[in-house]
Ligand binder design. Structure first.
Ligand code: ASP
Ligand code: MG
Length: 440
């Protein structure tokens, strides 16, 4: 069994929906995980936000706009009268529900119900389309098996038991379709795996059915060696280890939801990143079978806050870091980078929700400086730290002002912290040193 996940752009137009049909129409058994059509989840979030601030009129207008879009989609896609009527009824139910929700007291649960509709719509429409085209596709509702626990981690045991049972009980088919992103929480309420979470759905399912491969189909030909928005001539990396891919996804490569690699790594299932617009291109294969040493890719993550904590008491004292970490732990804020000297420690966070409280507590025993608008530039590869060429990387320090460096934390990663204004220069400069002859 293979798991194939198609992202928003892949289900975002009639043309692309037809492409997906071609990709999945072989005789292999597969579960197809779909995102919402591109733009839909954003539109639903906006509707939810309007309801929250009691802008009912705006919420209604946006619901109408979205409804019209779906009416056009099924008019273009579905010709078979009975199927089309059934899908029209389904779409009407979804949009009536959205209209009803505008009058409810806005809660997290209402928000979750609203944003879940995108995947419910795309999978319903796509299953009907495949049936119209003579492919026997069966819809497996994600809410019947996908669940997270109280700590928001996938409830692996529950998912495995229920998914396997549902597949056993379903009619035999080579194509099962399910929703990405949406799930139940530990109390049985509708929830989700965070924005971009359909990738994560795919690997969680892959682990639950012990799939031979998980494929993530998007609109780019794999993970690139640098950010194509800022640097010219980037190329897809053909092979990555799970650790390398996880670092890249976490530190900015937008193609993959950061947690996606975890279930696949644990179950040792290869993850292939493929391009729906160019199915013949190799893409990126993430597996234990990776090749090559040295730096393979550069990624950048913005909106980083650097905090420098200085204390005279740190000198020759122990327990200082414990005290610092306890504060971040208390406010559930994770630390990305950290460097220390004998009298100060600098660290970075990307979540400023509890920043004020954290600073207040730190200031009780230290002098604190905060730098906003920082970016982490992450260099990823296998054995980057020990690779004989890595030292040449530090030439780059001649050209860019680097606020922090994290080297040796793992074999796969070297991170540099720069001011966001310097990010593009840094990405280009590193590209030059690493991939364009000088360092290659
Ligand atoms: N539709 C959801 C989002 O836009 C999940 C996903 O596409 O992965 O975030
Ligand atoms: Mg995505």
């Amino acid at each position: 069994m293979k798991i194939l996940k198609f992202g928003g752009t892949s289900v975002g137009s009639i043309e692309n929906i037809k492409r997906i049909k071609e990709i999945i129409a072989d005789n292999e058994k597969k579960i197809v995980v779909l995102s919402a059509m591109s733009g839909t989840t954003n539109a639903l979030v906006e509707i939810s936000d309007f309801i929250k601030i009691d802008y009912k009129e705006e919420a209604f207008l946006n619901i109408e706009k979205l409804h019209e879009k779906y009416v056009t989609v099924i008019n273009d896609l579905l010709k078979e009268a009975i199927l089309k009527q059934d899908v029209e009824n389904y779409i009407d139910t979804v949009f009536s529900l959205l209209r009803t929700l505008t009058s409810e007291n806005h809660t997290q649960l209402i928000h979750n119900k609203i944003v879940a509709q995108g995947e419910l719509l795309s999978t319903y429409i796509f299953t009907a389309y495949l049936n119209q085209e003579g492919l026997n596709a069966i819809l497996l509702p994600a809410l019947d098996f996908m669940r997270i626990d109280k700590t928001n981690d996938p409830d692996d045991f529950y998912i495995k038991q229920n998914l396997q049972r549902i597949i056993r009980e379903a009619a035999t088919s080579n194509i099962y379709i399910t929703q990405g992103f949406i799930c139940l929480d530990a109390y049985g309420n509708i929830a989700n795996l965070q924005r971009g979470g359909s990738d994560y759905t795919a690997t969680i399912i892959g682990a639950a059915v012990n799939a031979e491969e998980v494929q993530i189909w998007t609109d780019i030909d794999g993970m690139h060696n640098n950010d194509p928005r800022f640097v010219e001539n980037t190329h897809a990396i053909s092979n990555l280890s799970y650790d390398e891919a996880a670092e890249l996804a976490y530190f900015g490569a937008k193609i993959l939801h950061p947690q996606t690699v975890m279930p696949a790594r644990e179950a040792n299932i290869p993850v292939r990143l493929k391009n729906t617009m160019d199915p013949a291109s190799y893409g990126t294969l993430i597996s234990i079978d990776f090749k090559g040493e040295g730096i393979k890719a550069i990624a950048a993550k913005d909106n980083i806050i650097a905090i420098k904590i200085k204390s005279a008491r740190m000198l020759l004292a122990h327990g200082f870091l414990k005290k610092v970490f306890e504060i971040f732990e208390k406010y559930e804020t994770s630390i990305d980078m950290i460097t220390t000297s004998e009298v100060a420690v600098s660290l970075t966070i990307d979540n400023d929700k509890n920043l004020i409280s954290i600073l207040e507590e730190l200031e009780k025993f230290s002098v604190v400086e905060v730098d906003n608008q920082q970016s982490i530039i992450c260099l990823v590869g296998h054995l980057v730290v020990r690779h004989h060429e890595t030292h040449r990387l530090f030439k780059v320090l001649q050209d860019i002002s680097v606020r922090m460096i994290s080297y040796g934390g793992s074999n796969n990663n070297i991170s540099l912290l720069v001011n966001t204004n310097d990010k593009i220069t840094a990405l280009k400069c590193l590209n030059h040193y690493i991939f364009e002859g000088i360092f290659a």
